[in-house]
Write a protein that binds this ligand. Sequence first.
Ligand SMILES: *Cc1c(COP(=O)(O)O)cnc(C)c1O
Length: 394
Amino acid sequence: MKRFNGQFTQQEALSPEAIEAAVTVLQHGRLHRYNTLGDELSETALLEVDYARYQEARYCLACASGGYALHIALVASGLKPGDVVLTNAFTLAPVPGAIRNAGGDPVFVEVTDDLVIDLDDLSRKARDTKARFLMLSHMRGHLVDMDALMALVDEHDLILIEDCAHTMGANWGGRKSGSFGKAACFSTQTYKHINSGEGGLLTTDDPELIAQAILLSGSYMLYERHEAAPGPEQFAELRYVTPNCSGRMDNLRAAILRPQLADLDRQVERWNERYRAVEKTLEACPGITVPMRPEKEFYVGSSIQFLLDDLDGEGTEKFLSECLRRGVELKWFGAAQPAGYTSRHDSWRYACAQSLPQTDAVLTRLCDMRIPLTFSVDDCRLIGELIAEARGAI
Ligand SMILES: *Cc1c(COP(=O)(O)O)cnc(C)c1O
């Protein structure tokens, strides 16, 4: 039997430039972002400038994690304890976690077969709950029709926060994912598009929001050492009323991120080549449906999702073990118990229980696979064939 022998959790090594930048920081020893000499700009402040430019945003804050960025984006947007926050039912645990951390009440919105938020359900729930906030998770890199979404955001006067953990580098009709909402949050955790182990980035055009976010992240009144930020007058009052919830980024992580950011668009092309190699085989495979990707969506194929047709739980388990026998490690969002990152709304019991039949029907059929750049395009072709072979064996 043909078998794939790669590791689904192995990312690429850091580039010589990133390693050199890290060594420079280690040699001077000024790892804390506010530990600067004279008018030196820290690597963290420079990363914020670079990322604001990449994202075409006015302001940027680098912080401890993507989940932390989501949390402070909500607080800095004026969320009060008990406020309802609408969010997709198909997302990753840090999203409802951030809503909870900010004191909000997550209300989950159904997702479609194409793995994006269901706009009819969003409209209904926005009306029924009178929610002020929508945390839109571009989960697994799938962009909803952003034109239609923004029309609903306007109609219901929602404050939109975008979770762009999987859409760094993506765009909708040429407009960067993350530039639609009041704020956008990104992760630089190892399995995302640039890798510092842990880390987060928050972008916005709103001077008051970023000032609050900077103070929340723990600026020790040193906000003047931020470059991708408004002037000191914006902080004059806020600094007395905004708590320090320490969650800064450090210069070592920022230093290794900057060269990766400079290389991001090239990496995106490499991901997409690999994604399309797997997708092509799966699209031709009976019993498998690959989500439709709209014309206006420019995605980053760092992972692939597909739905299984006509298989019950037992059949699915059998399919997954046939894949595993061939060295292909898939995640399944339909298992009774959460495993790894596949937890779902009914495992987040700190949120009140909600009925989401449409989402449940999608998750029961949903398989997910990471595409690390350590895989070659040929590896990806082989993986597609092996999945098709396993599906045929059921
Ligand atoms: C990774 C991820 C986050 C944030 O993750 P951190 O581990 O906190 O950096 C948020 N949303 C989604 C959808 C993610 O996959």
